[in-house]
Every structure is written in C-alpha cells, then in structure tokens.
Design a protein around this ligand. Sequence first.
Ligand code: JFZ
Length: 453
Amino acid sequence: MQIRPFLSLNISLAACLLAPVAGAQTLPKPLPPPKSQDEKMQWFRQAKFGLFIHWGLYCIPAGEWKGKAIPGIGEWIMNRAQIPVGEYEQLAKQFNPVKFNAEAWVQMAQDAGMKYLVITSKHHDGFAMYHSQVSPYNVYDATPFHRDPLKELAAACARHNIRFGVYYSQWQDWHEKNGAGNTWDFGPEDTHDHDQYLRAKAEPQIKELLTGYGPMCLIWFDTPRTMTNEEGLRFIDIVHTLQPATLIDGRLGTKGDYRSMGDNRIPDSVVNEDWEVPATINHTWGFKKDDTDWKSPADITFKLVDIVSKGGNYLLNVGPTSEGIIPQASQDNLRAVGRWLKVNGEAVYGAGPTQFGDELGAPDPRNIDKSGKPVFVQATNWRCTTKPGKLYLTIFKWPGGSMEISKVKGHVKKAYILAGKKSVKIAQTGDTVKLTLPAAAPDPIASVVVLEQ
Ligand code: JFZ
C-alpha cells in the first residue's frame, strides 16, 4: 500500500501502519509548466551526467537460457532466444530482489556525481517494473517481491535532489499480441493491431507514470520503428497535459526535446543542440553474468568530459542483478569518477562546449571507410569546456613542463590548476598561450587548468 498524497487522501491508518517502511513514500508535486523551452531544458544543460538503469526480469537469466549462453545484450534475451510468452512470464515468480535498496542506489548515483536517474519502467519484454493498474504483468502484482521499486526510487531521488525519469518501450512489447516485436508468438507484424496496443497499454501506463511518481524529469521512449507521427503526438499530448516540465528524449519517433545519439556513439565534433549519449558501462544494458568488461574510471571520465566539450550529456547505464545489487565493479568505478568530479566538477556541470575543435582529432585522408569518407582519428590529450570568462582545459595526457594552446580568443588574465587553485604561469603572444606546468600530473586521471579571461 502506497501513500499517494496527490491522488488519494483517504488512506486508512491501518494501511499506513501495515505499509513496509520502504513502501511508505512521500513524493513532491510535479513541477509548474516551464515558461520557455530554455527554461524547460535548464536542468538538463546543467546536469550533464545521469544514471541509466536497465532492470527487469531479464536480470534473472542474465544472458543464459536453458544452459546456453545467448549472445547479445541481456535485456533482449526473450527475443534472441525466442522464448514464448508463457515461459518468459514464469520468471516473474522468481523475481525477489530482497537486497534492493533504493536509498543505496540513489546514494551511489550521488557519489558518482550524477544528477539524474532514468530507470526502465517497462522494457521491450512488456513487464512493468512498477505497480501498474493497467496490466497485472508488473513487479508488484506478479512477483513475490510485492513492492514498487520505482516508487521507492522516486522518493529516494527526491530526498537526494536527483531528478527521476523513466525509460518506457512504447512500441515494442513482446508480451502483448498487438505490441510490436514478438513475431514468434503472435505472427507477422502486419497482423498486430499496434494502435489498439498503444491505446490499451502504452498510453494508460504513461499516464500512470506521470501521475504516481512525483516530478518526472524525462521519459525515455525507444525504438519507434514504424510508429507514425500522429501516434507520437498522442504521447506528447499526454506528457504535456500531465507534466509539462517533463522532457521527451529523441526516440519517440516524433520530435522530442533533445536528440538521443546512437548507443555508445559519441559524435566526433561539437553538436549545437541539446543531446545525450546513452552508454553501457560494459557491453550490455540488462545484467549479464559473463560480461565483466567494465569501463575504467579514467575511460568514463574521459568520455564524460569529451561529451561535455561537444555540448552533450552522458547517460551511463548499470544493470542491477536479480538480488537487487548494482554490480560492485560498476559501483567502484562510478564512485571513482565521482571523487574526480568532487574536485573538478566545475569544468563539467553547466559547462558549454569547446572554443576550439582541433583538439578533438581529425579525419585521416589516408584511411577511407566503406562509405568513402576519411576515418576520424580521435585525439585524447585534452578537452576544453567553457563558462562565461573561463576556459577549462581538462588534460588527460600530462605534457610535463609546458603546453601551448593556440587559437585562443581574447586575452587570458590568469591561469590555475582547479584542484587546489595553484597558479600557473602564462605567456600570451597573439592567440597563442604558453602554460608553464608542474613536471608531474597533479591527478592520475586528469587535471583541469582554468584560463580566466
Ligand atoms: C535500444 C534497446 O533496444 C536496448 O535494449 C536498450 O534499451 C538501448 C538503450 O536502446 O536499442 C537501441 C536503440 C537505438 C539505437 C541503438 C540501440 N541506435 O539508434 O543506435
């Protein structure tokens, strides 16, 4: 039994007393309508770094079905192994992640320096990870767990000042006859009545998510495939009516509030619009027991600063286990990034893209790809992020002694290392600035030199 302050005031005392501690959640009211698109995007432009969470029944098989390893991303196992609905559904009876602790997950996101959290409310497998009234195929009604992890996470996010959002697979739903994607149970796609599916399940579930979980920072729609513009507009209408401040990602099939890049696809150069890269910390979204190839703290830090220097946001994923635990290695690596951000976050949060561009790399004219274009060779020595009057040079390959920056616009008044504010000697001739640096890198991951103008 949940307390929903803005839905029902009529909760009996007995129900309150019976509610498990973790289930008794108070949630803030949704945000007022933004006055402009800039105002709507403001938190997103500030946030830069978010936690993506893929959690669902697929974390139980964790990449293995009937003793066989199933290749590909973990959350696609039902599709990849062509598991019939009736068999896949049985997983719900085993779902009992008793170690799940919303507070601990959100604390980890906070320690990692992440400012928003986006969790799968329903992935392509059709299983709702929240207490839905629309379909009993949900974590509250169909499992022995009998809790609503999204409600608990939304409340923990509110306590920690982390924005809460959900992923929702609005087109593919392998559990439903009229959803898209399941042709092994339900026959060819052209025999599915997709519109019926949208009206009977996807749209009502989006309404539930927008009314029962407090302020929703964004909805992350995905894989629209053949969805029409008109069908997309119906979702936009629901979002605008119920929570006008909620952002819509770039995969609704109809224009959203920002662009979603391909998975793990960081663009080569600055992209001058609002955008985000969804990315894995290993090679899967949903937990797979044999994928332990974790991105290191240095790699994640580079990718984050690289993305910010190109104007985007980094939505980095973890795949919790069927016990409800975020794999320890992902936690450790994310916390190491958070320690770096504690010292150097000024170069990331709210920072704009580079003033330069040449430091990002260049196409190699001797190396032509299949489409006839020269292959872009990324440079990784340093990145530049900006704020009014300030250039942040995040240096990954410490030059030792000195470093020259050319094409600097305007006069540099002073420079210092962000960690400890230790002053750096500068000499500017025209648009070239020479920095005299300590011989050894101050930080083994990356050191930020601030140029003030
Ligand atoms: C989708 C999902 O199918 C997948 O399971 C996961 O949730 C991921 C975040 O999103 O997969 C996609 C969707 C779009 C692209 C790549 C993978 N894309 O545009 O490159």
